[in-house]
Ligand binder design. Structure first.
Ligand code: ASP
Ligand code: MG
Length: 411
């Protein structure tokens, strides 16, 4: 039988009533002839509550016990969903990660999926089960203990199941009705996209469009899983939501398909660094060892053997970055005069696969920001993306102006 993966996020299973609504959708697909693997999140707010319990109990908590606690939210919704389906006379069974088993690395609280065994579930499908309800976000590590995949991980569970079971599609039911050209809270001109390429979604997901966990999109791209994001609160037609698919499935693409904003950025500048071979390594190796996620990097021209080096990183990592750099200086590995942090910046990016074949996108972006009087502090580009750092207070203005300039409200 053809197989679908349907994933329901926290808001879609927040109450028994909503679980019933979700189960009805599943029932319709079963009636249409599909076997279904349902992946569930915990009821909304539940994981936050559980994380809170752990943090209140133990500051430097043991990650194995963190996983034991926070994985429980999904266990509850999986069982409830299976019961609800049974009440509707749909043959359903729940599965926790270890029962599948879904094997992961041993990195507790941030595990990666290594393997999904299909045998147990397929045997049950063969015996007449029509729906396997799987607890998202969790698996079993090499130590035989429960692991979790990092916040938002049930999206990744869903895509991994779709790949392992060769599902026809992976539908992600959430509280938004699709992927938008930009955050609809910033401009009401934001438009829902019917289709978006994996690569664009990857850029938008990692740039702060918080619809899907980034890793789920990476996986979908790697295994070519057709991924659909849609709302569980609206009646759906077959064309509902946004299809995230391969570039070949998108006929004609505009130069820019989305504008993303990320507010929690910081810009750090090392002033007067001695410029010599190995200087970039001397700066960025200690930063990487300290777990700082460096994004954009600029090295200025040097004068009299000294240069300035600027980079961006999440604002929450500024203290850690400063410490790593000052430690390297004290150890004599690095020589600079001063490190200056600007913690009031935002990163604004325009994204589109059409950029590959159309020129003038950067020029248009810079002109647009100029016309609004917004100063650009750092620029970085890739094949399908241009990002700038600007003062954070201009976030909305920059997004609105770029959304207008690239005519994103028009299909
Ligand atoms: N319940 C987990 C979380 O809130 C996993 C998920 O919902 O994706 O992060
Ligand atoms: Mg989520």
């Amino acid at each position: 039988m053809p197989l679908l993966v349907m994933k329901f996020g926290g808001t879609s299973v927040a109450t028994l009533d909503r679980i019933r609504r979700a189960a009805k959708r599943v029932g319709r697909e079963v009636a249409a002839g599909y076997d279904v693997i349902v992946i569930v999140s915990a009821m909304s707010g539940e994981t936050n509550k559980l994380v809170g319990y752990v943090e209140e109990t133990s500051q430097l908590y043991d990650a194995r016990e963190y996983d034991a606690v926070v994985s429980s939210g999904e266990q509850v919704t999986a069982g409830l969903m299976a019961l609800t389906l049974q009440e509707m006379s749909v043959p359903a069974r729940s599965w926790q990660g270890w029962q599948v088993p879904l094997r992961t690395t041993g990195a507790h609280a941030a595990a990666r999926i290594e393997e999904i065994a299909t045998e147990n579930i397929n045997t049950k499908f063969g015996e007449g089960m029509r729906v396997a309800v799987v607890a998202g976000f969790q698996g079993i590590g090499p130590d035989g203990r429960v692991t979790t995949l990092g916040r938002g991980g049930s999206d990744t569970t869903a895509v991994a199941f779709a790949a392992a079971f060769k599902a026809e599609r992976c539908d992600i039911y959430t509280d938004v009705d699709g992927v938008y050209t930009t955050d609809p809270r910033i401009t009401d001109k934001a438009r829902k996209l019917d289709r978006i390429a994996f690569e664009e979604m990857l850029e938008l997901a990692s740039l702060g469009a918080k619809v899907l966990q980034t890793r789920s999109v990476e996986l979908a791209m790697r295994y070519n899983v057709r991924l659909r994001v849609l709302s569980s609160f609206e009646e759906q037609s077959d064309e509902a939501g946004t299809l995230i698919c391969a570039e070949e499935d998108i006929v004609e693409s505009k130069a820019v398909n989305g504008v993303a904003a990320s507010r929690d950025e910081a810009k750090m500048t090392l002033i007067s660094v001695a410029d010599r071979p190995g200087i970039a390594a001397a700066i960025f190796v200690p930063l990487s060892e300290a777990g700082v996620n460096v994004d954009m990097i600029i090295q200025n021209i040097s004068e009299e053997g000294r240069t300035d080096m600027t980079f961006s990183c999440p604002v929450a990592q500024v203290k850690r970055a400063e410490k790593a750099l000052n430690d390297a200086k004290e150890a004599g590995d690095l020589n600079f005069r001063q490190v200056v942090a600007d913690t009031e910046v935002a990163k604004i990016s325009v994204v589109g696969i059409g950029m590959r074949s159309q020129s003038g996108v950067a020029a248009k972006m810079f002109q647009t920001l100029r016309d609004e009087g917004i100063n650009i502090k750092v620029i970085a580009t890739s094949e399908i993306k241009i990002s700038v750092l600007v003062d954070r207070k201009y976030t909305e203005l920059a997004v609105q102006a770029l959304h207008d300039a690239f005519e994103l409200e028009k299909a």
